[in-house]
Write a protein of this length. Structure first.
Length: 86
C-alpha cells in the first residue's frame, strides 16, 4: 500500500461539481478542471445544440489530439538532441 496521501478536491466543470481523488495537489487538480471547463465552454459556444455527453466526448477528443501533437513534438526534439550529441 502506498504511503502517499490522496487528496480530495471538489471542482466545478461546466456547471457540475465533481470530487477528484488523487495524489496531485489541490491546485493542480483545480488548474486541470479549469482548463477542461474552458475547453468545454469554448466548444459549447460554437456548437450550442450539443448535449453534455457529446460535448464531453468532443472535449476529450480535442484534449487527446493536443496530447498526441505535444508527445510527437517532444519525441522529435528528443531525437534532435540525441543526434546533436553524437
Amino acid at each position: 500500500m502506498s504511503n502517499q496521501h490522496k487528496n480530495r478536491t471538489t471542482v466545478d466543470i461546466y456547471g457540475q461539481q465533481y470530487v477528484i481523488v488523487g495524489l496531485e495537489s489541490t491546485s493542480h487538480v483545480r488548474l486541470i478542471a479549469s482548463l477542461v471547463d474552458d475547453k468545454m465552454r469554448e466548444i459549447g459556444s460554437r456548437n450550442p445544440s450539443l448535449d453534455i455527453s457529446k460535448l464531453a466526448v468532443l472535449t476529450a477528443v480535442n484534449a487527446v489530439n493536443d496530447y498526441i501533437k505535444m508527445k510527437d513534438q517532444l519525441e522529435r526534439l528528443q531525437a534532435e538532441l540525441i543526434r546533436e550529441k553524437d
